[in-house]
Ligand binder design. Structure first.
Ligand code: EPS
Length: 302
């Protein structure tokens, strides 16, 4: 499944070391004048600090006339120009512990070993572009994510962390009861981001240890609440308070030091990994969280 959304449907394509990554966005309404600079700013936030030097220049292929959306599918491509596939030769038939390469191979019988292939963070460039456009459709709703916490820094190692996201100005009534709860939809969107390993709304896991009298968000007469332990969602539907959630990301599993890998024929070999991997990808992740939030909310809005 490479598509996300029904009304604002984003289909991403591309492997880390293929010709390009990109997406087709179907369902973007006609007549929207695209703010290309805002999209460029979000792409730069994602790119900044990446060990691989990609220009991330967007080629718009369809769906626009003079910078205005036509209501037809919007397709774009971002060429991969700095891939060094030879760096991955020793991973053609060997699997890093914890990497998607292994499960892709088990499922399909083959996988693109170059730079993580489809599982690479490179794919998230397409999400950020589609999300930056979705943000514009949601105006004046404001989506802000930032690094909340980082794991300890250790020499020659990677580290994870959490990203906190806040949505301001979302009217009450967004989300559907039961199976398309806004909370459930956001959880699915966040857990689709590479290396996501946890999701919590409002007080989240800490709510399990709170008494009911501590947890409840007491009313103000205008329907706002004095606290926001539920993260702005009651019964799966936004209540008009800020939407607040956090996403935990595990450390990058491509370690800088040699690691024991499993070969396709069942042997363990200690390998030094090539490739250029983030020591802490969490620093580049907030804009991806914002993008997946925007795409989710655009679907509900449309
Ligand atoms: C990645 C490995 C690296 C990262 C890449 C994600 O690629 P390479 O080894 O080909 O240099 O740079 O991320 C990006 C290129 C990007 O734009 O975020 C991986 O293992 O996921």
């Amino acid at each position: 499944m490479n598509s996300y959304g029904t009304r604002y449907r984003v289909t991403t394509y591309g492997e880390s070391h293929g010709l390009a990554v990109g997406a087709i966005i179907d369902g973007c309404p006609a007549g929207h004048r695209v703010d290309f600079e805002a999209i460029g700013r979000d792409l730069e936030r994602r790119r900044h600090g990446a060990p691989r030097q990609e220009e991330d220049r967007i080629e718009w292929l369809s769906g626009l006339l003079d910078g205005v959306t036509l209501g037809t599918p919007i397709a774009f491509a971002i060429r991969n120009r700095d891939a060094r596939s030879d760096d991955y030769e020793n991973l053609r038939n060997a699997f890093r512990p914890g990497h998607a390469d292994y499960t892709y191979h088990r499922k399909y019988g083959l996988h693109d070993h170059r730079g993580g292939g489809r599982a690479s963070a490179r794919e998230t460039t397409a999400r950020v572009v589609a999300g930056a456009l979705a943000k514009q459709l949601l105006h004046p709703v404001d989506i802000r994510a930032e690094v909340d916490h980082l794991g300890p820094e250790r020499p020659d190692d990677t580290r994870g962390g959490t990203v906190a996201c806040r949505v301001l100005g979302l009217p009450s009534g967004t989300g559907e009861p039961l199976f398309a709860k806004l909370s459930a939809s956001l959880a699915a969107a966040m857990m689709s981001i590479p290396s996501a390993i946890g999701f919590e709304m409002g007080a989240g896991f800490a709510a399990a240890d709170m008494a009911g009298s501590e947890f409840i968000d007491r009313w103000n007469p205008d329907g706002t609440t004095q606290t926001n332990h539920c993260g702005g969602i009651q019964g799966g539907i936004s209540n008009g308070m800020p939407i607040e959630f956090r996403v935990a990301f595990h450390p990058v599993v491509s370690l800088p030091s040699p690691v024991e890998c499993l070969t396709a024929d069942g042997h363990l070999h200690t390998l030094s990994l090539g490739g250029r991997h983030d020591r802490c990808q969490v620093l580049r992740t907030p804009v991806i969280v914002e993008a997946m939030t925007a795409i989710t909310l655009a679907n509900f809005k449309l």
